[in-house]
Ligand binder design. Sequence first.
Ligand code: C5P
Length: 205
Amino acid sequence: MIIAVDGPTASGKGTIAKALAAHFGLPHLDTGLLYRAVGRQVFLDGGDPDDSGDALAATAFPDSLLDDPHLRDEETGGLASRVSVHPAVRQALFERQRSFATQKGGAVLDGRDIGTVIAPEAEAKLFVTASVEARAQRRFLEMRDRGVPVTLAEIEDDLRRRDERDRNRAVAPLVPAEDALVIDTSALDREEAFAAALEAVNALT
Ligand code: C5P
């Protein structure tokens, strides 16, 4: 069984995907991490994330980079969003995601285009979303806990910019697959969001 979980930043899709994977005993891939690794590698190379050649070269990042704590930084998220607009970058990361998705026994993948591009045959497709305000608030509390000095307004601005770029890019824009079930987590806590997702997956499979 393949479960595709797509949605914008800080919608709760990662938490839901992880919990579904644990529940069904399936491996989980956070595909955003791959784009973050490319963004981070461009930075380490002193390259330009808006240059398709620089970004493509960075897709050859070493596996060890996936453990770099800087991948979770907001700056890296911004770089990831910029390198992810290049079709050559998406193509280079396609096989890796595809083979994870089609391995024997199934998998849970979360990202932006799992249900539309990477695994359109997925048995269950969820599109997890939430208002910008709810997502900014969550990210703000997370950052505050990590001691990162940032304001709610800065986070909200950054989320809007990233949403805009992810939704309007020419290749694999962030849109729900036609057969995806939409889960709005704005008013849900973690447990409620997981319960809604589990119910959706059980209804779809
Ligand atoms: O989900 P996360 O915030 O880690 O993703 C970082 C960026 O990587 C996103 O803003 C998006 O531009 C890009 N991305 C993508 N396709 C995916 C996963 C992430 O374009 N499947």
